[in-house]
Design a protein around this ligand. Structure first.
Ligand code: G6P
Length: 372
């Protein structure tokens, strides 16, 4: 009913709007007075976590994209190798696991069979298993050695939005926790990142207030035969997530690419008018990655692409290469997916609506897939 949707046309729009609160709730009470990050249910000692020499992240769908972002954060902060793998592929590959391996299973529902089977395989091999989950008491956290719950609240729309952003927050917290207990980051460095995280709900509210142009753009793009997404570093999983949302909701062909890989084949897809969504890293610091993505934008534009550029406020240099410019508030590089994903959610939702699709219940999909 309309009341359940809180005045929004779709649960998805309601859940997109709830993201600032969902992030704030997921961060609430996570820092002890001594500045230590607190996980929810940890049946692992700090020593167990100090002994970890390798991290595997397993997940499906949108949660897998959160895992891809987590790899960048964990390797950067914790300085231990971290691999991300689709849960459905993990155990069949016979991965190398032992008691010093930490397997992080990310699942909104906590019931996804592929993820559960990957977790059971990891446990059989004596790996430690930590779950990131949005559903209290579900199977995946019950079978794990430790849990960090995302406090996103119930997610009704099949396409995941607020669960994704809260999964990112949980991944950042786990990365910081590991870095802290292993002595790779000092408490004040951890606290500085947590402060930045705490600022994201306000930035996100500002961003959500400026989505009018994205809605107009969506009406324009509703008849496109494909939409391509490019990004680099953490912008790469954002590109994949943008493409997934569009496939799920709009039933349109869409693909996400690492911006630098495009020239090795996929750039041949670009034709006159092909829409390409470009996720631009922050120009802060030396802006090396930002400059690389800008040259990738020039490459696709030279081949006729119509560019939809997602860039940080104040990055005026990108304007010349953008047929449409969507500006997002500044965030530190690793945290940027908390901003840059949101216009892509809105875009997919609005294109689907403009095409007359059932936004909350797309065809052929289930909220939670409990078969392998
Ligand atoms: C299904 C949903 C996706 C979701 C995936 C993983 O395929 O349609 O939106 O990302 O499952 O779900 P989980 O509950 O494990 O996060």
């Amino acid at each position: 009913s309309a009341a359940e949707k809180g005045g929004y046309d779709y649960f998805m729009l309601k859940e997109i709007a709830e993201q600032p609160q969902a992030i704030a709730d997921t961060l609430l009470g996570r820092l002890s007075e001594r500045g230590e990050i607190l996980l929810d249910e940890v049946r692992l000692t700090d020593q167990d976590l100090r002994d970890v020499d390798k991290v595997f992240i397993v997940a499906c769908g949108t949660a897998y994209h959160a895992g891809m972002v987590a790899k960048y954060a964990i390797e950067h902060w914790v300085r231990i190798p971290c691999e991300v793998e689709l849960a459905s592929e993990f155990r069949y590959r016979d991965p190398i696991l032992d008691r010093s391996t930490l397997v992080i299973a990310i699942s909104q529902s906590g019931e996804t069979m592929d993820t559960l089977m990957a977790l059971r395989h990891a446990k059989e091999q004596k790996a430690r298993v930590l779950a990131i989950c949005n559903t209290n008491g579900s199977t995946i956290p019950r079978e794990s050695d430790a849990v960090l719950y995302t406090h996103g609240g119930p997610e009704i729309a099949v396409a995941s939005t607020k669960a994704f952003l809260t999964q990112l927050v949980a991944c950042y917290l786990i990365g910081l926790h590991l870095a802290q207990i292993r002595g790779v980051m000092y408490a004040d460095e951890v606290a500085a990142v947590v402060e930045k995280l705490r600022a994201t709900p306000d930035s996100l509210r500002t961003l959500l207030d400026s989505m009018g142009e994205v809605r107009e753009l969506a009406r324009d793009l509703r008849t496109a035969s494909t939409i391509l997404f490019i990004g680099r570093h953490v912008g790469f999983p954002v590109a994949l997530e943008g493409a997934l949302k569009l496939k799920e909701l709009a039933y349109m062909h869409a693909e996400g690419f690492a911006a630098g890989e495009l020239k090795h084949g996929s750039i041949a897809l670009i034709d006159q008018g092909t829409p390409v969504v470009c996720v631009v890293p922050s120009p802060a610091g030396r802006g090396v990655m930002r400059d690389k993505v800008v040259s990738n934008i020039q490459e696709v534009r030279a081949r006729g692409a119509r560019t939809i550029v997602i860039a940080e406020e104040g990055d005026e240099g990108v304007r010349a290469y953008a047929d449409h410019l969507i500006q997002v508030p500044h965030t530190p590089t690793l945290l940027a997916p908390l901003m840059t994903t949101v216009p892509l959610q809105v875009l997919a939702c609005e294109i689907a609506a403009a095409r007359g699709n059932d936004v909350d219940q797309p065809r052929n999909l289930a909220k939670s897939v409990t078969v392998e």
